[in-house]
Design a protein around this ligand. Structure first.
Ligand code: C2O
Ligand code: CU
Length: 427
């Protein structure tokens, strides 16, 4: 529903937003692993909407993808969501209808699924990163369909926030051990992040625990839709400031400021233990996998000559006229046929080739995948993979969840201008 948020300093008015419960981020939903979520979506907006539960191995009819798993919820309408969350970790929910506008206006929130055994930490903080395009007036720029954004790197903003505050600051004590759950809710911005005054370990990516915590030595990326769970020990002294920094063209900006006051402990703790694994199968029999390739083309400076739109071959100039810019395997946008159709339990190998001039964070609904590196080694499980220009990356997963699953770029302007397809898993 419509609401207001204090995104900017006091000298500006509050900003009109759309939020779940009228707030951005929406209410944090926190449940135990395996428990069920029951939420009724009531649409108080003047346009249709839906909710997607990003990263949850959910029943397909609860996935919230309008046009694929359900129809959009009309203004004044309702939708009852009821589903189990089998995996512990950091997830989030957001609109999946006109998302370029609806997510940009604030329709998202955190969904936290707790492990049965608590980590040995002092405190946990959920950090939702966003990037807003604001007008002088302090209101959101309503230019959600802008051609330039769609053809380039998406709808970047000019106001970067954490938990909807432009200069997010939190207190901590020296040697305190924090668990930080970072979620990138931005439409397009890829956050290059680093820690200062914090000794950190990556514990989980996109909700899924790493086999062993990985020390954060330098910069790491958080693409739209991605999450990272960190354990961070405050190494900064009392009286000092620690930071999660955002690296921008050689300079470091404070994404999160940690004001250190007091001392939590006089001893340094041992390194953290891995989180317990989630019950999702790792793809093993790669030799028997169903294989597919996804070639991404288009966008500005991409050199795409033509592609199929709504069944007809169109020149790039015609596509520009239709405000569509991107193709997967030569086809723009959703098709009636899936990219791939497999039986439940089948292992899938999918190569993603980025022949465009931009990075794309590709998100698969309903299951996690592992990256297969050049040596054939499986990387950690993720639900969103950032593929840079010119790269080909290969992923594998066990198609364990029957239904129709969207596979798309999480740069929302790209999703809306061609970059989506789907995978069918037969029951
Ligand atoms: Cu986070 Cu298809 O979405
Ligand atoms: Cu993209």
């Amino acid at each position: 529903m419509p609401g207001k948020a204090r995104l900017l300093p006091e000298s500006y008015p509050e900003t009109d937003i759309w939020g779940y419960g009228g707030a951005v981020p929406g209410p944090e939903i926190r449940i135990a692993q395996g428990a069920r979520v029951h939420r009724r979506l009531v649409n108080d907006l003047e346009q249709p909407t839906s909710i997607h539960w990003h990263g949850i191995h959910i029943d397909n009819e609860m996935d919230g993808v309008t046009g694929l798993t359900q129809s959009a919820v009309a203004p004044g309408g309702k939708f009852d969501h009821a589903f189990a969350a089998p995996d512990a970790g950091t997830y989030w929910y957001h609109s999946h209808e006109r998302s370029t506008e609806q997510v940009a206006r604030g329709l998202y929130g955190a969904l936290i699924v707790e492990e049965p055994s608590a980590l040995d930490i002092d405190r946990e903080v959920v950090l939702l990163l966003d990037d807003w395009r604001m007008q002088e007036s302090g209101q959101i720029f309503p230019d959600f369909m802008r051609r330039h954004d769609r053809a380039h790197s998406g709808r970047y903003g000019n106001l970067i926030t954490t938990n909807s505050q432009y200069a997010f600051t939190m207190p901590a004590r020296a040697r305190e051990r924090l668990r930080l759950r970072l979620i990138n809710a931005a439409n397009a911005r890829i956050f290059p992040l680093a820690l200062r005054g914090l000794r950190g370990w990556v514990m989980a990516l996109d909700g899924m625990p790493l086999d062993a915590p990985r020390r954060v030595e330098d910069m790491f990326f958080l693409a739209p839709g991605q999450r990272v769970d960190l354990v961070a020990d405050v190494t900064e002294q009392s009286g000092g400031t620690a930071y999660i920094e955002r690296l921008e063209d050689e300079s470091a900006q404070a994404q999160v400021k940690v004001l250190v006051n007091g001392i939590a402990s006089t001893v340094t703790r041992p390194d953290p233990q891995a989180l317990p694994p989630n019950p999702q199968p790792v793809p093993r029999n790669l030799s028997e996998a169903a294989e597919a390739r996804l070639v991404m083309e288009g966008g500005a400076m991409g050199g795409m000559q033509n592609a199929i739109l709504d069944g007809d071959r169109k020149s790039f100039r015609q596509l520009v006229g239709a405000n569509q810019f991107w193709a997967f395997n030569g086809v723009v946008g959703m098709t009636s046929e899936p990219l791939l159709q497999v039986d439940r339990g089948q292992t899938v190998r999918l190569a993603i080739e980025n022949n465009t001039a931009f990075p794309h964070g590709m998100h698969l609904h309903g299951q996690h995948f592992c990256e297969i590196d050049k040596n054939g080694t499986l990387g950690p499980m993720r639900d969103t993979i950032l593929v840079f220009r010119g790269e080909t990356r290969e992923i594998a997963f066990v198609a364990g969840n029957p239904g129709k699953w969207l596979f798309h770029c999480h740069t929302l302007s790209h999703q809306d201008s061609g970059m989506k397809t789907w995978i069918k898993v037969r029951a």
